[in-house]
Design a binder for this molecule. Structure first.
Ligand SMILES: Nc1ncnc2c1ncn2[C@@H]1O[C@H](COP(=O)(O)OP(=O)(O)OP(=O)(O)O)[C@@H](O)[C@H]1O
Ligand SMILES: [Mg+2]
Length: 270
C-alpha cells in the first residue's frame, strides 16, 4: 500500500510546485492508471512513490514506512519497483541476466536465490532464452520488458511504470500489457502512467493530474463519460468509446465498450 498524504513537491528553483497537495492511497493488487497532460506531474508522482524524490511537504508512506526515513530506503525501493519512461536509462548490465540481477544483488540476495529470481523475472516477461544477449541488441519492446524484469527481480508489492508502452508498436504494447495483467492477477499492484485512455481502461481506477493537482480520481468509464473534465484536461476518449456513445445516442443498448467485440455483440447479439 502506497499512501500520499498531502504531498507537495517543488523542483529546486521552480516557481510552481510539480505536485501540489496530492492525497491518494494505492492498494495492493489494484491497477491504477495515471493520466494528464505533459508536465502535469505524472513522472514526479512516480519518483515520489519509491523515494527517488522526497516530498517538499507532506509524506509518502510505503507499507507504513515513511520514504523520508533513511533507515527504510532499501525496503521502500524493493517494495515499489519503478520502471522509468525510457528503458535505456535503466539498463545497467552488459548482458540481460546481469541487468536483471543488479537490483537483488545489491540487496544482498544469496547466489541460488538470485538465480531463481532472475529466471523467474525473465520468464514472467517472456524473455527466457535471451539471458546472455546484450541489452542494446534487444528490440524496444524487449528492452521495456527487460526493465520490468529488473524491477520484478526485487519482488516488489507494487510496480510503478512511467509510460511503459509509449515507444512500442501494437505488438510490443500488447506484450507489456499482458505481462502487467498477469502480475496483477498474482497480487502485484500496478500503477500505469499513460497518455493512452484505451490503455487506462485496463485499470479499475484512474487518477488524472492537472498542474500537479488531482483533477479526477475514480472509475475509468466515468471519467471518459465526463465531457467537462475530459475537455478541461485536454483528454480525448478512445475511438471505440466515442463510437459506442454515438450508437447509444441512437438507441443501442451498449453497456460497455472495452473491445470491438462488445460493440459487435450489442449490434448483432450472438
Ligand atoms: N528536473 C526538473 N527540474 C525542474 N523542473 C522539472 C524537472 N522535472 C520536471 N520538472 C517540471 O515539473 C513539472 C512536472 O513534470 P513531470 O515530468 O512530472 O510531468 P509529466 O506529467 O511526467 O510530463 P510528461 O507527460 O511530459 O512526461 C513540469 O512543469 C516540469 O517542467
Ligand atoms: Mg513524464
Amino acid at each position: 500500500m502506497i499512501v500520499f498524504e498531502d504531498v507537495t513537491y517543488s523542483y529546486p528553483a521552480a516557481d510552481v510546485p510539480a505536485l501540489d497537495r496530492v492525497s491518494v492511497a494505492l492498494a495492493h493488487g489494484s491497477w491504477t492508471a495515471v493520466v494528464g497532460a505533459n508536465g502535469s506531474g505524472k513522472s514526479t508522482l512516480a519518483r515520489l512513490a519509491n523515494g527517488l524524490l522526497l516530498p517538499s511537504a507532506g509524506r509518502v508512506l510505503v507499507d507504513g514506512m515513511d520514504t523520508a526515513d533513511e533507515g527504510h530506503a532499501w525496503e521502500v525501493r524493493s517494495s515499489v519497483g519503478l520502471v522509468l519512461q525510457n528503458p535505456d536509462n535503466q539498463i545497467v548490465g552488459t548482458v540481460v541476466e546481469e541487468d536483471v540481477a543488479f537490483g537483488p544483488e545489491n540487496l544482498g540476495v544469496p547466489r541460488e536465490e538470485l538465480r531463481l529470481r532472475v529466471d523467474g523475472a525473465l520468464a514472467a516477461v517472456g524473455l527466457t532464452g535471451l539471458e546472455r544477449r546484450e541489452p542494446h541488441l534487444l528490440s524496444e519492446g524487449q528492452k521495456q520488458r527487460l526493465a520490468i524484469a529488473g524491477a520484478l527481480a526485487m519482488k516488489p508489492g507494487c510496480l510503478v511504470l512511467d509510460e511503459p508502452t509509449a515507444m512500442l508498436d501494437v505488438e510490443g504494447r500488447g506484450e507489456v500489457l499482458a505481462v502487467l495483467a498477469e502480475l496483477r492477477s498474482a497480487g502485484t499492484a500496478i500503477i500505469d502512467i499513460t497518455h493512452d485512455l484505451a490503455e487506462a481502461l485496463c485499470a479499475q481506477r484512474v487518477i488524472a493530474l492537472d498542474h500537479g493537482r488531482v483533477a479526477y480520481d475514480g472509475p475509468v468509464p466515468e471519467l471518459l463519460a465526463n465531457e467537462g473534465v475530459m475537455c478541461s484536461l485536454g483528454l480525448e476518449p478512445p475511438p471505440l468509446f466515442r463510437l459506442a456513445a454515438a450508437l447509444r445516442a441512437r438507441g443501442f443498448a451498449i453497456a460497455e465498450a472495452r473491445s470491438a467485440e462488445d460493440v459487435v455483440e450489442a449490434l448483432w447479439p450472438s
